[in-house]
Design a protein around this ligand. Structure first.
Ligand code: ADP
Ligand code: MG
Length: 227
């Protein structure tokens, strides 16, 4: 199994008390499959992704990534794990305005210590996979919202992650463009064999999911399998 959250509880300080953002959450996501996470605003979806991304350490519970349990790892070890194993797509693309689409991807390889020369081919390949061959040398202001989101997704795959975590990628897109982005994520999940979590509040995108998890007040429910 690739991603396993076991009995995760996460609280945030809230005045004199604490707010429970995740309440004994258990979730398993195998490689090559996509789990959709749905739930109202404030229910804990982004917190769940932040824990799965090792960006927040939960109060209790364990996270296992590719057989590695993260409990007790140092900050440096967590950073390494994140760099090599986890692709994260935040809601806002956060692309660097001065860089072309290809360069946005090459930066990821550079952070990972690979030379830009070697990473160029892989960057082009991934841009082709998300349908942006013709846009490879464009900068963010020369791309549409949907194209920027696709660069964002391709960038998350640059270091061949086993885990792909995506937070509401379609919220700024119209229905057709949103559906195209979800199709793309489904295809990449199978092609790259990632364990993917897709947070979405748009239920029309759920048919592609292998598993649908509903979050309410920090509690996660797994209804019957999607198919
Ligand atoms: P969602 O992504 O489903 O909208 P979040 O995970 O962002 O939900 O938030 C879950 C709950 O935790 C909400 O009540 C939110 O206000 C609270 N929360 C989120 N981040 C923080 C934080 N950094 N500090 C305090 N409370 C937070
Ligand atoms: Mg959120």
């Amino acid at each position: 199994m690739s991603l396993y959250l076991a009995d995760i509880t996460l609280t945030y300080p809230d005045g004199d008390s604490r707010l429970t953002a995740l309440d004994h959450v258990t979730l398993e996501v195998p490689r090559g499959s996509m789990t959709a996470v749905v739930g109202p605003s404030g229910s804990g979806k982004s917190s769940l992704l932040a824990v799965a991304a090792t960006l927040i350490t939960p109060d209790t519970g364990t996270l296992t990534i590719d057989g590695i349990t993260t409990t007790g790892l140092t900050r440096g070890e967590l950073t390494d794990l994140r760099r090599h194993k986890i692709g994260i797509v935040f809601q806002q693309p956060n692309l660097l305005s001065a860089l072309t689409a290809t360069e946005q991807l090459q930066v990821m390889a550079q952070i990972d210590g690979r030379s830009p020369g070697k990473s160029r081919g892989r960057a082009r390949e991934l841009l082709a996979a998300v349908g942006l061959t013709a846009e490879a040398d464009r900068r963010p202001h020369q791309l549409s919202g949907g194209q920027r989101q696709r660069v964002n997704i391709a960038r998350a795959l640059m270091n061949d992650p086993t885990i792909l975590l995506i937070d509401e990628p379609t919220s700024a897109l119209d229905h057709d463009r949103g559906a195209a982005v979800v199709d793309l994520i489904t295809r990449l999940t199978h092609q790259q064999a990632t364990a993917t979590i897709l947070v979405t509040h748009d239920r029309t995108h759920l048919t592609a999911a292998d598993q649908i998890a509903e979050v309410h007040d920090g509690r996660l429910h797994l209804p019957a399998p999607a198919r």
